[in-house]
Every structure is written in C-alpha cells, then in structure tokens.
Design a protein around this ligand. Structure first.
Ligand code: FES
Ligand code: FES
Length: 228
C-alpha cells in the first residue's frame, strides 16, 4: 500500500446495502485498502486465496498423469490415420491441419510448408489416392484415411520411378517444391492427365516452383507417365 494513499478514501454515506466512496483515483484498489485497513478480508483477496488453494490442490495430480492417459479436452479428439502404410492412433487438437500433424506430430517433414494457405502446392500429399493440399484441411476430418507422403514412395531403398525421372530430367533446383511436385505428379498421372506437355502444365498448375524448373518437371512427369 502506497504511503498515505488510504487517506484519500472518504466514506461519504453508508447504508446496509451500499457504500458510496469518493476517491480521486477511480477504479483503483481504494476500496480494498479501506477494508484491509479496517482489518477485514476484501472480496478480491478472498477469491484469490480460494483460487490459489484450488489450483495447488489440483496441480500435482494432473502433472503426475502421463499425457496419453489424460482425458481428451473439448479441443482434442482421437483420430486414426494410416500414413505410408503405418497405422497411427492420435489424440489431436481438432484445429490442427493435416500438414502440421504430418510434420510436427509424426515427424514427416518431407511434406513442405510454403504458403500455408493453399496457393503453392508444396504441401501436396495423396489422401485415399487423391492429391490434396494438406495445409487446407484438418486432420480430424479424415479419421481412417490413408495418407501417402514423399517418405512413403521408395521401396527397399529404391527411388520411385517418378523420383528417378525428376533426377534424370533435372526437375528441381533448390528442391523445396519437389516433394509437392512429385506427389502432385503421381496424382496427375493416376488421373490420366499426363497425356501431353500442355495437359501436364495445366493439371500441375497448382504447384509453384520459384526456381522455374518447370521444363524438367513436365519432362519428368511425361517420361514417368509413359513408363507407368
Ligand atoms: Fe499448402 Fe502452400 S503450403 S499450398
Ligand atoms: Fe526450388 Fe522448385 S526447385 S522451388
């Protein structure tokens, strides 16, 4: 309490229901100071004390509980995903994008986060065989889905034919967009949209390459489509 501050609180009238105070510092703790000065407990200090005791009592129990055993809160939900052939049962924040779950929960950082708003295609994965930008969808919306990411393409250490074609045709420079280009290219071929360079350019237009490696990307997809 600041020295002399309580002196400025003047009680001008008081009934059993209401206390009216004149204070040159409105909305300060003048009332509290007055009560404390009178030796009583203020409403605020009582509430703070009760809240403090309650949190102290609850804290050790919650802290001692392993995270996996804590009951899901309103913002979490159990989601089953099959990612690159592996089953996962996850308690997720229902607001997490599929991209964030892949990268941060499952440590599959091959899928890239570029714009995080559906404009660049760097985060493309296959969801139940169809290409999708994983930054624009919530993982919780896909319970039971099969996801394939760039990490799931090689077999016994051998690159997927489309990965090899990207290497052969110089379909990359810095490589940041490449996982998304390859996953989208797989979708493009599976959809039957890789019949000509023009068709490939059109159906791959959602995947941006800031290095401008487009001629190699188109050539790689056309080559892999012929071999498929
Ligand atoms: Fe998803 Fe760019 S990061 S579209
Ligand atoms: Fe650099 Fe495409 S290779 S962004």
């Amino acid at each position: 309490m600041a020295p002399g501050r309580s002196q400025r609180v003047v009680i001008t009238s008081q009934t059993s229901e209401q206390t009216t105070m004149k204070n040159d510092e409105p909305f300060t703790d003048g009332a509290v100071e007055t009560e404390e000065r009178r030796g009583g407990l203020s409403r605020r200090s009582t509430l703070l004390a009760v809240a403090g005791m309650a949190s102290l009592a609850a804290a050790p129990e919650v802290a001692a509980q392993p995270i996996s055993e804590r009951s899901p809160t309103a913002d979490t939900g159990r989601v089953r995903l099959v990612v690159n052939g592996r089953q996962h049962e996850l308690d997720l924040d229902t607001r997490q994008s599929l991209l964030d779950v892949l990268r941060e929960t499952l440590d599959l950082a091959g899928t890239k986060k570029g714009c995080n708003q559906g404009a660049c295609g760097a985060c493309t994965v296959l969801l139940n065989g169809r290409r999708i930008v994983s930054c624009l969808t919530l993982a919780a919306m896909h319970d039971g889905a099969e996801i394939r990411t760039i990490e799931g393409l090689e077999t016994n250490g051998e690159l997927h034919p489309l990965q090899s074609a990207f290497v052969e045709h110089d379909g990359l420079q810095c490589g940041f967009c490449t996982p998304g280009q390859i996953m989208s290219g797989l979708g493009c071929i599976a959809e039957g949209h890789a019949g000509s360079p023009e068709e490939i350019r059109f159906w791959m237009s959602g995947n941006i390459c800031r290095c401008g490696a487009y001629p190699g990307i188109v050539a790689a997809i056309a080559d892999a489509a012929k071999r498929a």
